[in-house]
Design a protein around this ligand. Structure first.
Ligand SMILES: [Mg+2]
Length: 316
């Protein structure tokens, strides 16, 4: 079955001018774009952990997510994704059908962002579906967005809306690749991270890495409609704001940039003259402070300590 599958995949993927050798050899060979650095990341999804157990998941959606979460990481480095490899461990029962839908989902997400699936590996076992994707991309050396370079006085900006992703958005990742491309080519961003484990947790990671702290203006947090609905269904898990602050898998960009640059950026978007901007909402949610820790600023100006909350993969 494996050889058949590789032939099917080769026919689906096609050729690409960025490749000296594509699918079907021992390894793929890429032509690195002149003058750019290589960005490289990987992410694993496990049935029952990152998506519901069978038969409650759609392999197509899992394939899209497996590629999408990696594209989100590349975008958070201001990178341009170019190629991907996928390793899949299939359940023995129904594996072939799952594999085809899974690959179709991967290819759908990859082709939206001009990313080529250049290889992979499949195995089968009596356990659940496990999918690992690695993505290669490139970035201009002067514009790499690290998480450890935020500076006191920077404004904090976030794309999209936050919270309640478990209502379905966590499987429909919208990687902010285009947003990162436009922003990195025209503005100075000191630091960035993609929000995968929750706003306050990922913000605290960025601030700790940068040796800074931050204040968040609670009234400015963009709360997703999913967070409002999730809070109505399960009020015991927090109100919409708490969900926007702590729910994971938003896959939005959190950026730290000089105030003057942020002002110019917001003006350019408001006046519709930021070429290539996909129309994604962008909100200023706070400011970087010299003192470590997170501070919540309420609408009336009162300040309180904010605990970093989010999703952690615990192990011992
Ligand atoms: Mg990340």
């Amino acid at each position: 079955m494996e050889q058949q599958f590789i032939e099917w995949l080769k026919a689906k993927v096609g050729s690409d001018s960025r490749l000296d050798v594509g699918n079907g050899d021992d390894a793929a060979v890429l032509r690195p774009p002149a003058g750019r650095r290589t960005v490289f990341c990987t992410d694993m999804l496990v049935e029952g952990v990152h998506f519901p157990p069978a038969p409650d998941y759609d392999p197509f959606a899992v394939g899209q997510k497996a590629v999408g979460v990696n594209l989100s990481d590349v975008a958070a480095m201001a990178g341009r994704p170019e190629a991907a490899v996928a390793s899949v461990t299939l359940p023995r029962q129904g594996g072939q059908q799952i594999a085809e839908r899974l690959l179709e989902g991967m290819l759908a997400m990859a082709s939206r962002f001009d990313v080529r699936l250049v290889g992979g590996d499949t195995t089968a076992w009596d356990g659940p579906l496990v999918v690992n994707v690695a993505v290669l991309g490139s970035v201009a050396p002067g514009t790499i967005w690290r998480r450890d370079a935020a500076r006191p006085g920077d404004l904090l900006l976030v794309t999209g809306g936050l919270g309640g992703s478990l209502r379905g958005r966590h499987l429909e990742v919208e990687p902010r690749v285009e947003e990162a491309r436009v922003l990195s080519s025209a503005f100075t961003i000191h630091a960035a991270i993609d929000i995968s484990d929750g706003l306050t947790l990922d913000l605290s990671r960025m601030m700790e890495a940068s040796g800074c702290g931050a204040e968040l203006m609670l009234a400015e947090i963009p709360i997703h409609a999913d967070a409002v609905e999730a809070a109505a269904d399960h009020p015991e898990h927090g109100d919409p704001l708490a969900r926007a602050l702590g729910d994971g898998e938003d896959f939005e960009l959190l950026m730290s940039m000089p105030e003057g640059q942020a002002t110019q950026l917001l003006q350019a978007i408001a006046e519709g003259r930021l070429a290539g901007w996909p129309g994604t909402p962008l909100a200023v949610i706070g400011r970087v402070l010299a003192e470590p820790g997170l501070v919540a600023v309420a609408a009336d100006g009162s300040r309180s300590t904010l605990a970093a909350k989010g999703y952690l993969h615990e192990f011992s």
